[in-house]
Write a protein that binds this ligand. Structure first.
Ligand code: SAM
Length: 179
């Protein structure tokens, strides 16, 4: 399962794009792609998180042509889920999506999303029908898809782990774990 973000406005959207990437990495995706815009600083800051908190195999790319990427994803048998407030309510499609065995590409927008993406998507899914954000939409979608299991996930190659504490911050070196 991979996440494609449809472009961003450099400077203005950098932080939000990084947060979309962080949600993708933390909540169970295998990779994050920023379409249409090359932004090495976003990719670099996500890579730094992967180095410390794990995910050296987490795929990261930017500057990919979004339309071509989606078309070739579909040609290779993958399915495309586009998150949009205009789509079908998550509650009405999540059972079907959980059964999907094909590779899944989850697409989120930045500015106005052109019509073609609605047409290419196998599913247009609404996380409720109110406008909010690509970060919240992706987080809720992945949480529903994985039923909350993703919140326990720790990457096998993580260098740092958190010891939960009622107060304060406890960060320890991770015990080596099976890949
Ligand atoms: N105004 C843009 C449009 O009409 O296409 C949407 C911009 S919104 C800030 C950025 C992205 O957040 C959207 O493209 C969509 O992926 C996601 N998003 C926002 N609200 C959503 C919702 N209720 N359900 C699903 N996705 C949502």
């Amino acid at each position: 399962m991979y996440v494609l973000r449809l472009g961003h406005r450099p400077e203005r959207d950098k932080r939000v794009t990084t947060h979309v990437g962080l949600v993708a990495r933390s909540f169970g995706a295998h990779g994050f792609i920023l379409g249409d815009i090359k932004d090495d600083s976003v990719i670099e800051s996500l890579r730094k998180v992967c180095l410390r908190w794990g995910g050296r195999n987490f795929f990261l790319a930017s500057g990919v042509n979004s339309l071509l990427f989606i078309k070739s994803w579909k040609e290779r048998g993958g399915i495309v889920v586009h998150l949009t407030m205009y789509g079908l309510h998550i509650d009405d499609v999540i059972d079907n999506l959980r059964k999907v065995e094909n590779d899944m590409l989850v697409v989120v927008g930045a500015g106005k999303v052109p019509r073609i993406y609605y047409e290419l998507a196998d599913y247009n899914v609404a996380i409720g029908h109110q406008p909010h954000s690509e970060v919240s939409a992706l987080a809720i979608f992945l949480d529903r898809l994985y039923g909350g299991a993703e919140l326990r996930f720790i990457y096998p190659d993580a260098k740092l782990c958190i010891e939960p504490s009622e107060r304060g911050k406890k960060v320890v070196k991770c015990e080596p774990r099976e890949e």
